[in-house]
Design a protein around this ligand. Sequence first.
Ligand code: ATP
Ligand code: MG
Length: 289
Amino acid sequence: MTAPQELPGWRHVSSGKVRELYVPAGVDDVASASELLLVASDRVSAYDFALEPPIPGKGELLTRLSRFWFDRIADVPNHLVAPDTDGTPVPESVAARSMHVLPLAMFPVECVVRGYLVGSGWAEYRETQSVCGVPLPAGLSEGDRLPEPIYTPAYKAPQGEHDENISFEQTVELVGRDDAEALRERSLRVYGEAAAIALEHDVVIADTKFEFGRDTDGTIRIADEVLTSDSSRYWDARSGNRTDSFDKQIVRDWLSANWDRQGTPPVLPQEIVERTAARYAELIERLGA
Ligand code: ATP
Ligand code: MG
């Protein structure tokens, strides 16, 4: 991984698998900051590894997707700092792939909503006819739409550890009943609204993950990236193949076929990088984002 870019007016404080976090120069840490800059890189991660090489343009495309959805779900407060607000200017060099945000006290819950049966949900259904404790009708097949979207939260483990699926009652223990219910209600609502908009563009949002936090006024805001192809599974509704996807499934499939999950993952071939970049661009075009 290359060293994080130096940005005038900002100080780099941490690197996630995909994004870089900055606080205003002169501020000690996130806790004492009144604004943050989240800069999306072109890195692609799978199975908890940042892979080589990056996907050119990915950071910018995913940032466009997040902004597109923040605009469309304007009834739910979000963490974006309005562009005309006084504050530390966002450097032009990263403007297209960064979000200027309010620092929030994040809830340690990954708010997952699933509208379709796929991935780990499908594997679990085959064994137990339920997903994360939610019972489902018999006879569903892989990729099927669920009778209604389900909320299957996960505990957001500290960096480096695996997130763990938890029941709704466990989220109540973590954050209290009122907040647990608010997170569930907002997650299902935003997913429902977004999935309907996407379908008008022949795109299925199979599932997604939201993160929320609380600002200093006590308002719960939707944070992080929203409905990007890193946080969601996007499928082509025009394709005969239900799971023909606009996300990094191409990367995951290539890795599964070419890596035994021991040691560091192999370098992605140019062809996989190009196909993935093209799929991300196609999604943006379809949605008009
Ligand atoms: P994680 O699993 O924690 O997301 P990651 O490697 O995917 O790890 P990135 O997504 O690259 O990390 O980094 C973004 C980090 O910033 C996340 O930990 C996310 O919870 C946090 N974050 C997003 N929005 C805000 C906000 N408004 N205030 C504080 N933290 C935020
Ligand atoms: Mg993340």
